[in-house]
Design a protein around this ligand. Structure first.
Ligand code: MN
Ligand code: ZN
Length: 340
């Protein structure tokens, strides 16, 4: 079968691999139909993702059809259209025992630490497969994975109706956060970015206010929009140098700051900023069993993931897809690799 492997940073190769066979553990063989290209995939390709190991078949936004059933499969049948959970964990470390396998000590993420979905077939445990809604195309269903990340981050932030929320960064991640945050109907839902077109889209998609941080000072503008208090929840979905400090400066007393970036560049920080406001600084990584939640939200009509995918390439043209992805063209919302 065909697969796309990142041999080492900046070296992408179309390879021939043995087709996997379902076994006791990975008892479902899925014929992959569509796999998204995520910012983190571009990071692995460019060599800026500290978590990745090489060579690697990447891709963690994996949608396909059940092609073969191995031992003990009960909940799936041939032809079922599924999305695959990207998190695999050990089940016995402290984090796993606390119900947080997404930060397992022995975490193995598909497409990062173990091979992912840029290939024709993948064998996975039945419990990692989630049946997608009938009226959602397999390409559009790729967007379920980024949405799980947003649902998880909102859970980490413990959003309440009396919160005022600021999201720094209105890219793919920020847009996914907005899609989920508006379901909480917070008092304020403020989006900040430097691209006016993105901010206009945010206003159409449910933001109550936007800040153009290329034009206006972010901390002061965020305070002005929250009666001088400062947002009570701040998501850093931009991860530029200094963004963590900015997020902590924006946050109001007793607020939460949610970090989602993987940058290892140091940010200036001081204890007073956190202690004086008694901020909760919380990381949010991947997601923890959120696929069914997102699928239920789609079925209930609360979110609509159609129309987000902006570009499609066949798997065999992955090089062209990555070359284009690396341009960070503003027309990119989600690129999908397809396998027919
Ligand atoms: Mn992703
Ligand atoms: Zn574990």
């Amino acid at each position: 079968m065909k697969a796309v492997q990142i041999v080492k940073p900046h070296e992408l190769r179309l390879i021939d691999q043995e087709k996997p066979v379902p076994d006791e553990k990975n008892n479902v063989l899925v014929r992959v139909r569509a796999t998204g290209i995520c910012g983190s995939d571009i990071g692995i390709y460019q060599g800026t993702n500290a978590a990745a190991t090489y060579p690697r078949v990447i891709g963690h936004e994996i949608v396909g059809q059940v092609d073969q059933l191995g031992p003990g499969v009960k909940s799936l049948k041939l032809g079922d259209r599924v999305i695959i959970d990207q998190v695999t964990s050990c089940g016995h470390c402290y984090a796993c025992r606390k119900g947080r396998p997404n930060v397992c000590q022995n975490l193995q993420v598909r497409g990062v630490h173990i091979d992912g979905g840029y290939r024709e077939f993948i064998a996975v445990p039945e419990s990692d497969c989630y049946v997608i809604p009938d009226d959602l195309s397999m390409e559009d269903a790729v967007m379920i994975e980024p949405t799980t990340i947003a649902v998880h981050a909102c859970g980490r932030a413990q959003i309440g109706f009396d919160d005022t929320v600021l999201v720094i960064g209105a890219g793919t991640l920020g847009a996914s956060l907005l899609r989920i945050l508006r379901l909480y109907s917070p008092r304020k839902l403020i989006m900040a970015d430097i691209v006016p077109e993105k901010l206009e889209a945010c206003l159409r998609d449910g933001a109550t206010d936007v800040i153009n941080s290329a034009r206006d000072a972010l901390v002061a503008a965020a305070r002005d929009l929250t009666d001088g208090y400062g947002p009570t929840v701040v998501f850093d979905a931009a991860f530029f140098p200094g963004s963590f400090l900015t997020a902590c400066q924006c946050a109001g007393n007793a607020g939460r700051v949610i970090t989602m970036g993987f940058s290892v560049a140091p940010d200036e920080m001081n204890q007073f900023l956190i202690t004086s406001k008694e901020l909760d600084v919380r990381g949010s990584r991947l997601q923890n069993h959120k696929f069914q939640t997102v699928i239920d939200l789609i079925r209930q009509g609360k979110i609509d993931l159609r129309g987000v995918v902006s570009h499609r390439y066949p798997l065999t043209e992955a090089q062209a897809a990555f070359d284009f992805a690396c341009t960070r063209d503003p027309s990119i919302r989600k690129i999908v690799l397809t396998m027919d």
